[in-house]
Design a protein around this ligand. Sequence first.
Ligand code: F6R
Length: 608
Amino acid sequence: MCGIVGYVGENQAAPILLDGLYKLEYRGYDSAGIAVYGEEGIKVAKARGRLKILDEMTHGGAMLPGTAGIGHTRWATHGAPNDVNAHPHFNRDESIVVVHNGIIENYLKLKKKLEGKGYQFCSETDTEVVAQLLDYYYDGDPLKAITKIMHRMEGSYALGILFKDHPGTVYAVRKDSPLIVGHGQGGNLIASDVPAVLKYTRSVYFIENEEIAKLTKDDITFYNIDEEVLVKEPSEIGWDISAAEKGGYEHFMLKEIYEQPKAIADTLNPRLKDGRIVIEELKMDDEEIRQIHKIFIVACGSAYHTGVTSKYVFEGLARIPTEVDLASEFRYRNPILDEHTLVVIISQSGETADSLAALRLAKSQGVRTLGIVNVVGSSIAREADNVMYTWAGPEIAVATTKAYSTQLIAQYLLALKFAQARRMLPEEELAGYIADLRKIPDQVEMVLGNKEKIQKFANRYLAAKDIFFIGRGIDYAISMEGSLKLKEISYIHSDAYAAGELKHGTISLIEEGTLVVAVLTQAELYKKTISNMVEVRSRGAFVMAVTNSGNQEVEKTADFVIYIPETNRYFTNSLAIIPLQMFGYYVALGKGCDVDKPRNLAKSVTVE
Ligand code: F6R
């Protein structure tokens, strides 16, 4: 939610800021702005709408000459997305300028105090309060002013700051919002995420909570809140900029759909050794695993949907009671946790506010925690007791695809590891599951071959009003994700139902021609779901089915069928989700929607 960048160096700052903001636009895109320190002091340009508008308005940044600057792309929280609320924000005499990602929770209280001291505000944002608070404490020493406001602000923030008195210097600070520092040749950078700096450097510092960075052309100095200098080691990023570019695809989402076989293999292969499952990052031996009597899987959105699937996998394979919770519910429901509980937090970004809060809640009760995270060095990755990375690479499209697929793989591996340690699986059965895992990348590739068929079918539903998804057990979990994919990018209303639940109310919404997508990958439930398909069909629905190859029987009840290759009952989600991702994508494409940046959304949800 919101992206920030900063640059100071030998080159013109504005083009570098704009370039970095393009890489961060997935974080928010309702307005954008830059501030550059040039010969005539600090100049700001900002505009409502996509970054392209700001880019054109400033002639690619040429209208703001100067070699130090900060920039922002916004996902509005406080105040409508308009020019005034767009960042950067100035203090009263325009000598301090700030960009911000996060929420200052006590901003109204601080604003009132500042108003009492004669400060006036022109925007509705919490960020302007930060700029004015800095003004209030500033006596010529930026570091002192920054540490003072850190003591006063509650909430989350990543800030980039310029002070008119200190040309050639960018200050940055963070608490609970992501921020990295890039150490480049002839210049240094700050950014909310790695892709924004990769063109210039692969050497980055991860800033910890309540740390401050001071950047000049040649130097980077880190401080803690007591103004003491910190020694930090940079990390080398293992992937290059091409991983975060479209590479000939029309959208990042399509590219990421096609990257799934590789992402799955990258997540799987390092953990399969000599026919065994080895998850070193778990840092638990078999005896410790046997001490775990209950698992809580906690996540948001699509990551939560992977958890709904995994409940069946953990309980089915490892026979361990497993609860799945939405992080936003878990954190306020006083869950019963003890020393025999493992809390697994799943997150692509590793920054989702509710998931992070759930993790902290579990940790505060002394419970063992494991993060399944994609972004290396993110907050959840750093704070969880142990972290198992999904190696999906950078995921740029707002709607997740490849991260979702790798989260499933990580959980299958974990469930098999638990099954092995708890002696729930004979060796030959375990070997069978491992063989099935190894086949998944190629099987996903095969399902991707249905592209034309799915696109053609999707084009018939561009004007649909409602589309329903139904399934039972794991098929219900798959339906939830299929429905979310469709609605978030195509804006067509959609809901997922446990197939047996439709007749308890929702079936009244079925009209002549309503599309119902039925998922049937659980052989023991085929007949039950087919009955539900018959029920909707006899009320006028058109039925699409996604099912296992060999279940030709379904053609008697479905109007359109996509078959997935044979796997065991626990891993079907990895294959059945692919046609549903493609269906959502092609409906949105056909409707002319902005597939990678759906309205009102942002990639990394760092607010509650
Ligand atoms: C939907 C989607 C979201 C995320 C959710 C959690 O396509 O991407 O539902 O899954 O916001 O995000 P992370 O995984 O970053 O915690």
